[in-house]
Structures are given as C-alpha cells and as structure tokens.
Design a protein around this ligand. Structure first.
Ligand SMILES: [Zn+2]
Length: 425
C-alpha cells in the first residue's frame, strides 16, 4: 500500500519546517520531499500541518469510566478511598470498553502511541489491536508476597501473549506501581522479570510530598535511593511524575537510560505540585509528556498537556523564555519516544521510520493567521483540530471518522457500565 500526502507543512521534529510531500510504503515513511509518483491513496494536505503522532507516555486508560468521579480529592484519599474500592469491582469487559473509549479519545485528539499501566491489561491490548493504536503496556504490580506473585505471573502472561504483536505495534514492559506501594522484595522481583524478558520498567516516581515522607519514615531513604537499591536504574526506566526531585536524585537521574514523564494537569488537579522539567532538561534528562488516567485528568487530549506544561514552566521561572512551544512539542513527540525507548522507530518524520502521522487543518478561526507553526501547535491547536491519523502506515482516522469503529455503541456501553459499577453490581 502506497499513500502519498501532498503539499503539507511538514513539521518533522527532526529538521526545519518545510512544505512538501510524504510517501508512505506499507508501514514506513519511504520518502520526504517533492514527490510525483503513483499511489493507492493521495491525501491533499494543502494548508494543513503534517506532523508525527503524539506520544502519551503515561496513562491508565481503563480509568475512562472514572471521568468526573472524585474530582476534588488529594492523591492518597483519591487512591485509597475512591479509586481502589471501585477498581476492585471492575471486570475484564469493563476495562475493555473503557480502553476502547480511551483509544477513540486519543486517536481523535492526535495521539498515536500510548504507554499504559493498569490491570486486565490484555483487554487494553485488544483495544489497541482493534483501533490500530501503537501501545506499550504493563500489568500494574503492587503489594508483596502472594499478591505480588499473582500479579507478576499475569505480567509475564501478558508479555507471552502480546509482546511484539500486531506488526510490533504492541510492546509489553514491567510496571511496578510505585516505591511506596511495592516492598523491596517486590521491586527486586520486578527487576528480575524485566531482566529475564528484556523489557524496560515503568513506575510512578516522586509524585507527592506524601511519598517523600512515607519513604523517609518507612525506609529512611528517598524514592530514588530505594529504587536504585532494587536495581531499577540498571535498566531502561520510565519514571512517571518526578514532581519532588531533590538535588541528589537529579545527579542519579543524569546517568539513567530512559527519563521522566511529566503529567502537568494530573499534578495540578491532584494538588501534587509543579515538576521542574526545565531543570531536568537543562541537565540532559529526557522528559516526556503524559495525561495520566481520566480519573485525574478528565481528558486524554495531549494538546492540553502541551499548553499546560509550557505555562507552568513560564510561571515557575517568572520568565516567558523558560521553555518554548517547540520544546514542549518535542516532549510530546521525539523526546517522548526517547523516554519510551522507541525513538529509532517513531517520534519524528524521517525516511525509514514508522509512518505514525497526524494531519491538522489550519483553516480555522483560532488557527489564523499563522506566524509560527510551532506556536500554533503548542498554544492554539486543540485535539479536535486533528483531521486525519495514520498509524503504522494505516489510515485509522480520516476526516475525523475512525475506521471500523462504532463510536456511539462504545459510548453507550461505557455509560451502561458506569451505571452498573456505581450502583453496587
Ligand atoms: Zn499514573
């Protein structure tokens, strides 16, 4: 299959923005330039932006059912009194429909890759398979002893059933929940599993002040020392949040493979604080962007996270030059891919890379006039402006219609499940 995208503003995230064409052959970008050739499908991108699909580097898409539930609680209350009790009632099918709803939401707002950590994760894999999304998935491992044994076995089964499936679109990693919810023994067992399977490790890290205190009280260590001692930093790590990073931890992070995932809206909404990502990036640490689950962020629109990330740094530093629109776009694309360890395949538009591409029409009042396309993308575009999405060389959405998916049916199913779940099934 050959797809030719003609005459767009190509925002490759690898070189200067220029007008041109992109030829896709099967799952990869074959050529970028001025191209005249036969193709099975030609997309006219005149007055449109053609850019890499966005990478949501941290989320829990099974939480779609909790959108708008428990909106004004602190993280620890929110988790232990609201989220965990309702999650205990969820079935595999509930997670499947929530994942499908989330996949639709992500595709319709420009995300092509997501990194997810939850339970019944094979249902999320099925949703990624059905909708055509690229995904890195992990079974959330939490607790110790028997509980951890059960979850580690599920994590390995997930790997055996899904790793590198769908033309390599789906990858599996190991996902211990957080330093404060995993015993040293559980963390070491996670590391052992990641070592045996050869996968990266995803973990929540330094999200709240409460975590800092808990780790000090329980172990007389920082979260950084704790996970370093368990051996996590010998592997590629994806550290979600990093809000409360002290100077010693910063030194440790300079040496790691992977990076930190910034979730600006979740951190603000749960009152967790402001991550100093400017300092992290100045020290050569890769920073990705994520939404977290809809229980704490309410939507999976990465363009909202992009804006929020930029505004926070400008306010934090009392300086409009603290971070640029282009910097934040990098975090949502190529830098995000680096944190997830998939930058050789996605994150920028380059010949030979996988064809994960979104197209945005600029002919809209809030996108006119265009002084600077990076600024337009960072500060004016919203998810609903994404017109077409291509993932792994397949057109998954064209003119805002997702191929092979009945959106109404999935929304209705999720509304029914929500009623059932919250009225004591
Ligand atoms: Zn999270």
């Amino acid at each position: 299959m050959r797809i030719l995208i003609k005459n767009g503003y190509i925002v490759s995230m690898a070189s200067e923005i220029k007008k041109g064409d992109i030829l896709i052959e099967d799952d990869r970008i074959a050529r970028i330039g001025m191209i005249d050739c036969e193709a099975d499908k030609v997309i006219d991108a005149t007055n449109k932006i053609v850019m890499p699909g966005l990478i949501n580097a941290h989320t829990h898409v099974g939480m779609a059912l909790f959108r708008g539930y428990a909106d004004e609680d602190e993280l620890m209350t929110w988790l232990s009194e609201k989220m965990w009790p309702i999650e205990d009632k969820m079935s595999a099918s509930d997670v499947y429909y929530a994942s499908l709803l989330s996949a639709i939401e992500m595709i319709k707002s420009g995300t092509t890759t997501f990194n997810d950590n939850y339970f019944y994760e094979e249902e999320t894999a099925k949703a990624a398979e059905k909708t055509g999304m690229r995904a890195i998935l992990s079974r959330c491992v939490i607790g110790d002893a028997d509980e951890a044994t059960k979850r580690l076995a599920e994590a390995e089964e997930l790997y055996n059933n899904w790793h590198n499936k769908c033309n390599g679109r789906i990858k599996i990693c190991v996902g211990p929940h957080a330093p404060y919810t995993c015993s040293p023994e559980t963390l070491k067992r996670c590391v052992k599993l990641a070592d045996r399977l050869g996968t990266p490790i995803a973990i929540h890290y330094l999200e709240t002040k409460d975590e800092v205190k808990k780790m000090r009280d329980n172990y007389n260590m920082t979260s950084t020392e704790y996970i370093k001692k368990a051996g996590l930093f010998n592997y590629h790590v994806m550290l979600a949040h990093g809000v409360h990073i002290d100077s010693e931890s910063l030194e440790t992070l300079k040496e790691i493979s992977g990076g930190v995932i910034h979730n600006p809206i979740s951190n603000q909404k749960l009152g967790s604080g402001f991550a100093d990502i400017t300092k992290l990036r100045m020290n050569g640490i890769n920073v990705a962007l994520g939404t977290d689950g809809q229980g704490s962020t309410n939507t999976l629109d990465m363009f909202e996270e992009i804006k929020s990330a930029a505004y926070i740094q400008k306010a934090l530093y009392n300086s409009a030059t603290a971070i640029s629109g282009e910097d934040v776009l990098k975090m949502a694309t190529i830098e995000g891919a680096k944190v997830l360890g998939i930058d050789s395949e996605v994150g920028s538009l380059e010949e030979g890379k996988k064809a994960d591409i979104i197209i945005i029409d600029m002919k809209k009042p809030h996108l006119c006039p265009a002084h600077n396309i990076y600024s337009l993308l960072a500060y004016s575009v919203n998810g609903a402006d994404v017109e077409t999405s291509i993932i792994d060389g397949n057109i998954v959405m064209e003119n805002r219609v997702i191929n092979g998916i009945d959106e109404t049916e999935i929304m209705n199913a999720c509304s029914r499940i929500k009623e059932c779940l919250f009225n004591n099934r």
